[in-house]
Design a protein around this ligand. Structure first.
Ligand code: ATP
Length: 350
């Protein structure tokens, strides 16, 4: 549905995207994920037609749109701040794109009513001013305004970043439902890994204008191809040389010249009354600190020559609810869940 073919984008002397190659399938919820400044918005704006690449091609539905203006690309875009018109009411905001295409008044009315219903905006809300709406409602107006033009692609640039945490969670679900309902190919930009993991069919993780890895969320999380992807996607422990030695003494077989990481939730307590011992190498540790988080707690545990962060769901059957600073505890790490990376050449030599 969408192809970035060898796309390079420069701003003056600065190359924001060096040679981007990417293919996005029809109907897919695709996310560009990365830290601030990695070039994800640039990629989105290039696809939308607001930025022209210095080389390469953008293909949408088999058509080369590299030189086409934004309105000729069949894409609808929702901006981070929604870019709604504060002086117009909700109905006029939604109608805007169609109105500029000289649509008859009755047809305009019908289309706005139809799309408003689809995105769950009530008829009363249509007469309100933009300033009278909550952040979540404004977001739905922005989506309705984009969808009313029946684009073949929906582009969303950090559409949840202005909202509070609780609302973000709800809107993730709503947005995802809307996307499946419309079956519309969606390209989503975010720096929030939880958002990306929970909403996307596939994710491209970007770093300094390049794609580090792309694939399904679980693939990226469980088999991160690089240290960058591994650490960006969640909380991990980088194992100390002493911890690697301890694991190897237990038969883990980790290469001593590589770096090894284990995610905080993959370290398990050895056993308790109602749970059998998980597979892996047992390690002796001492609880240094406990951070209570409600459903979970994060423990800082001294193991060998370093600390390990361990997150546990607060389930009394697991016994970890009873762990306190100073306690001696037994942990298990499954070597198969350890992610290993070859250090960059210059560091390995140092
Ligand atoms: P953020 O999440 O902070 O928006 P991003 O990943 O979307 O970041 P971009 O906005 O695509 O990143 O910017 C990529 C790089 O290009 C950054 O280093 C940025 O400073 C630079 N950049 C973006 N727009 C321009 C511009 N109009 N002129 C010059 N440099 C720009």
């Amino acid at each position: 549905m969408i192809t970035f073919d060898d796309v390079t984008v420069t701003y003056g002397d600065f190359t924001a995207l060096p040679q981007l190659d990417l293919t996005i399938d029809e109907g897919e919820f695709f996310t560009l994920l990365g830290p601030s400044g990695c070039g994800k918005s640039t990629a989105l704006r290039t696809l939308a037609g607001f930025v022209t690449p210095s080389r390469g091609r953008i293909i949408v539905a088999g058509r080369d749109v590299t030189r086409a203006t934004p309105d000729k690309r069949g894409v609808g875009m929702v901006f981070q701040n929604y870019a709604l018109f504060p002086s117009m009411n909700v109905r006029d905001n939604i109608a805007f794109g169609l109105a500029t295409r000289r649509t008859a008044a009755a047809e305009l009315r019908r289309r706005v009513d139809e799309i408003a219903e689809q995105v769950n905006l009530s008829p009363e809300q249509l007469d309100k001013n933009i300033s009278e709406l909550s952040g979540g409602q404004q977001q739905r107006v922005a989506i309705a305004r984009a969808l009313i033009l029946k684009p073949s692609i929906l582009l969303l640039d950090e559409p949840l970043s202005n909202l509070d945490a609780k609302l973000r969670q709800q809107l993730r679900v709503q947005l995802k439902d809307l996307q499946s309902q419309f079956g519309i190919t969606t390209v989503y930009v975010t720096h929030d890994q939880d958002e990306a993991l929970s909403m996307s069919d596939r994710i491209a993780v970007m770093n300094q204008g390049r794609i580090e890895q792309f694939g399904a969320p679980a693939e990226l999380y469980d088999a991160s191809a690089s240290e960058f992807v591994c650490t960006f996607l969640g909380d991990v422990n980088r194992l100390t040389p002493g911890q690697v030695e301890m694991l190897n003494a237990g038969g883990a077989g980790l290469a001593p010249d590589r770096r090894h990481y284990v995610r905080v939730e993959k370290i398990r307590p050895e056993s308790s009354a109602s749970h059998s011992t998980p597979r892996g190498v047992p390690l002796q540790g001492r609880v240094r600190r406990r951070r209570y988080e409600g459903a979970t707690s994060t423990f800082e545990i001294e193991v060998g020559d370093g600390l390990l962060q361990v997150i546990r769901i607060m389930d009394d059957a697991l016994g970890t609810g009873l762990w306190s600073p100073g306690d001696d505890v037994r942990l298990v790490i499954d070597p198969q869940q350890v992610l290993s990376y070859t250090p960059p050449v210059e560091e390995a030599a140092a």
